[in-house]
Design a protein around this ligand. Structure first.
Ligand SMILES: Nc1ncnc2c1ncn2[C@@H]1O[C@H](COP(=O)(O)OP(=O)(O)OP(=O)(O)O)[C@@H](O)[C@H]1O
Length: 208
């Protein structure tokens, strides 16, 4: 099967079952919107889908192969957690160079300047990111989506701190990615608008 498939996932944290026997799929050209209250287990689920943590039961498959044995999954994936994962002492340019090197993506400094420009950060490229506002730091973090070509995007609360235009800008980026055959799984505490395009919703209830 092409794309991602989660089969029979169970996750237990400190004796609480967050979810049990959860199965879903994410095919090329699909957006899966993960919704649920605080503490329901959305971040826990996304980390399992990326392979950063393991489920107590169940398996994630990418292109039919379990991700724990896949040679291609890591290269096919961009995961952005709910924290920006920026080094506050480094500039936007330095942070993105560092991230690109970690992900073995060849990018020229001029490419990074261009991405920062289209993401509204002209003039802020070379100062430590701790001097940027929360929304500007989020825009630096999200600029990674422009730097690596990857079919699978897993994004945890990517709208945090973005202004209204920023939310619309990111939703358009989602729609373009999916229209090109990409896959996207994302959480948000605000509903996606029509700008994000068609999507399927996966609801996680808070279980006691
Ligand atoms: N490593 C851990 N050890 C113990 N408990 C954990 C761990 N990670 C998460 N939890 C617990 O699992 C539950 C789900 O956490 P998670 O971060 O997945 O929720 P969430 O749905 O993303 O919440 P939010 O909307 O607040 O971001 C929480 O009650 C949390 O305390």
């Amino acid at each position: 099967m092409s794309g991602l498939r989660a089969s029979g996932l169970t996750c237990i944290k400190r004796d609480r079952v967050l979810f049990e026997a959860l199965s879903f799929s994410l095919k090329p050209g699909e957006l899966l919107y993960l919704r649920g209250p605080n503490g329901a287990g959305k971040t826990s689920l996304l980390r399992i889908v990326t392979g950063l943590s393991s489920a107590d039961e169940g398996e994630i498959y990418y292109q039919g192969t379990p991700i724990r044995t896949s040679n291609t999954y890591a290269k096919s994936l961009i995961y952005l957690g709910h924290k920006t994962a920026l080094n506050s002492a480094l500039s936007a340019i330095e942070n993105l160079h560092y991230w690109a090197a970690q992900h073995q993506v060849a990018v020229a400094t001029s490419d990074i300047y261009h991405v920062l420009e289209i993401n509204g950060l002209v003039g802020l490229e070379d100062i430590p990111v701790r001097f940027l506002s929360a929304g500007q730091q989020r825009r630096v973090a999200l600029s990674r989506l422009w730097l690596k070509k990857a079919p699978v995007w897993i994004l945890d609360e990517p709208f945090t701190a973005l202004d209204i235009d920023g939310v619309a800008w990111l939703e358009r980026k989602f729609s373009a990615h999916v229209k090109e055959g990409g896959m996207l799984m994302t959480t948000s505490h605000q509903p996606l608008s029509a700008l994000a395009g068609d999507h399927t919703t996966l609801d996680l209830e808070y279980r006691f």
